[in-house]
Design a protein around this ligand. Structure first.
Ligand code: NAD
Length: 437
């Protein structure tokens, strides 16, 4: 199949490279000329494990190319994917669909012959209808089937997720496009990934419902962690005890500083807005959003409390800035709110992250960026683990203690065992576990 992938970000680039690896002929298009120029030099603009090698091998095989031009690749394509961003619209929290509609207009002008246009971006229910309208308005002769095919990959494990998904969801109204979509994903049937064909609106909603449910699950265990702290229970035991129930499942039950990232925060808010507009509000998700918002600054208060209630003039070392490990993505990372709240309270902040330092610099002022965990901890009054990168799981605690002014660790990801840390002479505070100071 000939495929054009519009938008070469986390989703477009990974999807494009994986589809090329399946044997399709893929052109990744982006309007960001610097990004395309870098990709042509085999420089990957994002950090995603395995992506550089996957891109390089498919470029070498002649199945993957990059351009800023729509015309040729879209005209030649059997299937055109839209994988542009759908951030929160400034001011009201609805999904900003301007990039999707701009891409649809460009597709309309370039398309030749019957073409399947697939929305891979996360878009609110009904967007497929509008994409179809935009295309027909720009080019009444365009012969297209507009299909929804939301993406469920996780940053940090994106290639494995794309190649071995739990399911593939394809939403179409009518049968046109079904054959092409089956052909696009044919290599995955061999891996027995279930493909769910449904209506376009159901497909669009499945993506939001999935993200909202996962955000709610995280928020549930976070609140349970707070209760554990009050009653002297251990959230990790509670999590394991409920997660072993197959009806509940153990994933997304790790207490932490609140969810962040490029998807959950914006998608939960966009779903809430859609539901309110329809007069069928989703109270559970509204509450999830509000609990999670408050939790991030509450984590800063936890650090201040652990430091004796006063942080002004003290140095806080932050380990981990990205919203989760194995990505350089800083979008809506809990570290942003936590650091801001600590700075508001007068703390000096040093920080280290294996991949997020460059993007963090654009977003966080007044932070002393360190060369590693020990450098960050130098003369610090308190060390805070915000993101559970593997390199932070086995820190040399003796070296850390020697570097710090006072040995206090606040572990917002529960990656250490209290006894191990306390034995080295630290005071240790974690999330929802008994024995904290
Ligand atoms: P991103 O910001 O990393 O990439 C979007 C890319 O689209 C950018 O490179 C931008 O330059 C390009 N672009 C914007 N308008 C364009 C246009 N008109 N023509 C060509 N290129 C254009 O975003 P992302 O994280 O890849 O997310 C893309 C979509 O996928 C979003 O809707 C998101 O919600 C969804 N999604 C993301 C993830 C994730 O983990 N990042 C997972 C599942 C779904």
């Amino acid at each position: 199949m000939r495929i054009a992938m519009i938008g070469s970000g986390y989703v477009g680039l990974v999807s494009g490279a994986c589809l090329a690896d399946f044997g399709h002929d893929v052109t990744c298009i982006d309007k960001d000329a610097a990004k395309i120029e870098a990709l042509k030099q085999n420089q990957i603009p994002i950090f995603e494990p395995g992506l550089e090698a996957l891109v390089a091998s498919n470029v070498r095989a002649g199945r993957l190319s990059f351009t800023t031009e729509f015309e040729g690749p879209v005209a030649a394509a059997d299937v055109v994917f839209i994988a542009v961003g759908t951030p929160s619209r400034r001011g009201d929290g609805h999904a900003d669909l301007s990039y999707v509609y701009a891409a649809a207009r460009e597709i309309a002008l370039a398309v030749k012959g019957f073409t399947v246009v697939v929305t891979k971006s996360t878009v609110p229910v009904g967007t497929g209808d509008e994409v179809e309208r935009v295309i027909r308005e720009a080019n009444p002769d365009a012969d297209v089937a507009v299909v929804s095919n939301p993406e469920f990959l996780r940053e940090g494990a994106a290639i494995a997720d794309f190649k071995r998904p739990d399911r593939i969801v394809v939403g179409l109204d009518g049968d046109r496009g079904k054959e092409a979509m089956s052909e696009v994903y044919r290599p995955l049937y061999l891996n027995q990934a279930p493909i769910l064909f449904t209506s376009r609106r159901s497909s669009e909603l499945i993506k939001y419902a999935a993200n909202a449910f996962l955000a709610m699950k995280i928020t549930f265990i976070n609140e349970m962690a707070d209760l554990c702290e009050s009653v002297g229970a251990d959230v990790q035991a509670v999590s394991r005890g409920i997660g072993l129930d197959n009806r509940i499942g153990s994933k997304f039950l790790h207490a932490g500083p609140g969810y962040g990232g490029s998807c959950f925060p914006k998608d939960t808010i966009a779903l809430v807005k859609t539901a309110q507009d329809q007069g069928t509000p989703l109270r559970l998700i509204e509450t999830t959003v509000s609990i999670n918002d408050q939790r991030k600054r509450a984590m800063a208060r936890k650090v201040i409390q652990a430091s004796g209630g006063e942080i002004r003039g003290k140095k806080v070392a932050i380990l981990g800035l990205t919203f989760k490990p194995n990505t350089d993505d800083m979008r809506e990372a809990p570290s942003l709110s936590i650091i801001q709240a600590l700075q508001d309270a007068g703390a000096r902040v040093s920080a280290f992250d294996p991949e997020g330092m460059e993007p963090a610099r654009q977003l966080l002022g007044g932070v002393d960026y360190a060369s590693d965990a020990y450098d960050a901890a130098q003369d610090a009054d308190v060390l805070v683990i915000v993101t559970e990168w593997d390199v932070f799981r086995a820190l040399d605690l003796k070296r850390l203690k020697a570097a710090m002014k006072s040995p206090l660790m606040v572990d917002l990801r529960n990656i250490y065992r209290r006894d191990d840390v306390v034995r080295e002479g630290f005071r240790y505070v974690s999330i929802g576990r008994p024995g904290d100071d």
